[in-house]
Design a protein around this ligand. Structure first.
Ligand SMILES: N[C@@H](CCC(=O)N[C@@H](CS)C(=O)NCC(=O)O)C(=O)O
Length: 229
C-alpha cells in the first residue's frame, strides 16, 4: 500500500467497531497506507485533553493527513500544504479522501448527483434513528436515557430500510453505476444496524450487504480488528 500524495501514512482515530470503519474501509479501497488509533470510547479516551486538542468535539472518527514533505503545486488544494491537516465528521472525511485521490465518486454528473443523494439520505434519514436508539440504549449515562423513544426510532429506521430495498430493485450492484463512497457510508450504516439486530432488511438489501462484505478492501479493513475486539 502507498500514499500517493504523501510519504507518511494517514492517521485514523476510530476503528471498525465504530464510524471509524467508514474511513478505514475507504483507505483500503484507495490502497493508502494508514495507522489506526483505536480510542477506548467506553473509558472516555475521546474526552482526554490530548485528543480534544485534535478533535475538540471529542468524537471519532478523525483523520489526520500528515505533513507533506513535497512542495505543493499551485493547483493542489490547501490539503497538501505543509501543515498537518485534521478532518472530522465521517462524511466530510469520505468526501475529502475521494476528492484527494480522485476516486470513489462517479464521474458522470447525474450519477454523482445520485451519490450525493445517498450520502445525504444516510446522514439525515438512515443513521439518525439508529444513532438515537444507540444513545438511549447504551451511549448516554443511564439518567439521560429515554426508552419511550425506541418505537419511533424503529419506525423511522424501518422506513429508511424499506426505501433502500425499493431502490435496490433496479438490479444494480451498487447505489450508483460504480462503487462509491455512498456504498461505504450507507453500507457501514446498514452493517451497524444489522449487528444490533434492528429492523428487517429485505432480500436485496441483505444481498447488497453480502456483496459489500465480499470486497477485498472491506475484508482487509476488518483485519484491523484485534482478537480482543
Ligand atoms: N457525525 C459524526 C458522529 C461521530 C460520533 O458520534 N462517533 C461516535 C462513535 S461512532 C463517538 O465518538 N462516540 C463517543 C462519544 O460520543 O463520546 C460522524 O459521522 O463522524
Amino acid at each position: 500500500m502507498n500514499n500517493a500524495q504523501n510519504d507518511r501514512p494517514y492517521i485514523v482515530y476510530g476503528s471498525m467497531k465504530n464510524r471509524g470503519g467508514r474511513i478505514i474501509w475507504a483507505l483500503e479501497e484507495l490502497e493508502q497506507s494508514y495507522r489506526v488509533v483505536d480510542l477506548q470510547l467506553f473509558k472516555g479516551e475521546q474526552r482526554q485533553p490530548d485528543y480534544l486538542n485534535i478533535n475538540p468535539h471529542g468524537k471519532v472518527p478523525t483523520l489526520v493527513i500528515p505533513h507533506s514533505p513535497s512542495t505543493p503545486t499551485a493547483e493542489e488544494s490547501s490539503l497538501t500544504s505543509s501543515e498537518e491537516e485534521v478532518i472530522t465528521e465521517s462524511l466530510a472525511i469520505l468526501l475529502t479522501l475521494a476528492e484527494r485521490h480522485k476516486s470513489l465518486l462517479p464521474i458522470d454528473i447525474r450519477e454523482r448527483a445520485q451519490c450525493h443523494h445517498w450520502l445525504a439520505y444516510c446522514a439525515t434519514e438512515l443513521e439518525p434513528p439508529l444513532w438515537t436508539h444507540a444513545k438511549h440504549s447504551f451511549v448516554y449515562p443511564t439518567k439521560r436515557r429515554v426508552s419511550e423513544i425506541f418505537p419511533s426510532c424503529l419506525y423511522e429506521y424501518q422506513r429508511a430500510l424499506n426505501h433502500i430495498e425499493q431502490m435496490l430493485s433496479d438490479h444494480r450492484s451498487y447505489l450508483t453505476s460504480c462503487f462509491s463512497i455512498a456504498d461505504i457510508f450507507v453500507g457501514q450504516t446498514l452493517m451497524w444496524g444489522r449487528s444490533r439486530e434492528l429492523g428487517e432488511r429485505g432480500v436485496l438489501t441483505e444481498a447488497y450487504i453480502k456483496r459489500l462484505k465480499a470486497r477485498p478492501a472491506w475484508q482487509r479493513a476488518r483485519l484491523t480488528l484485534t482478537s480482543e475486539d
